[in-house]
Design a protein around this ligand. Structure first.
Ligand code: HEM
Length: 128
């Protein structure tokens, strides 16, 4: 198996990742709007930009992912088990087709961003 090399590879990963998220009852209530193919396609393009920026320093993602999730949490509370499920599906989607340093970078960054997100959500809950 080869390593993640470009945006096409990242697209393969996010497509499989979202198939997994949408078919898992433990987490799919967050993702219902992405059952619409056009909404999903637009979102996956944003995710490819996000990971392209992290793995290949492309400068393609200039939005605020943290703020989106803090807003999401108000309507759909994000619990520790949701983060575990999310991370497990991401790892599985990578491992299906790829292995190597870039896979490791992507997984490590996902875990560290998820950890910061959980801390910020916790702070938000304590201050409300
Ligand atoms: C429990 C875990 C998570 C859930 C349930 C979740 C769910 C979602 C949902 C529903 C959206 C769409 C928000 C919207 O457009 O209204 C979204 C966007 C996004 N998520 Fe997550 N997420 C989780 C964790 C993460 C983590 C850990 C990362 C990064 C490592 C991440 C990266 C992103 C990015 C980049 C977007 C696009 C934000 C934008 O529009 O710029 N997510 N997420």
């Amino acid at each position: 198996m080869r390593d993640i090399q470009n945006r096409t590879d990242l697209k393969v990963i996010v497509e499989l990742f979202y198939e997994k998220l949408l078919s898992d009852k433990k987490i799919n209530h967050f993702f219902e709007k992405f059952r619409d193919p056009k909404t999903l396609a637009e979102h996956l393009d944003i995710l490819v930009d996000f990971w392209d920026n992290i793995v290949f320093y492309s400068g393609t993602y200039q939005r605020n992912a943290m703020a989106s999730h803090l807003m999401l949490h108000r309507g759909h509370p994000m619990k520790p088990e949701h983060f575990d499920t999310w991370l497990n599906h991401l790892s599985a989607a990578i491992d299906k087709n790829f292995q190597g340093d870039n896979c490791h970078i992507l997984k490590t960054r996902a875990l560290s961003i998820a950890t910061v997100m959980r801390i910020k959500i916790n702070e938000l809950d304590q201050n409300s």
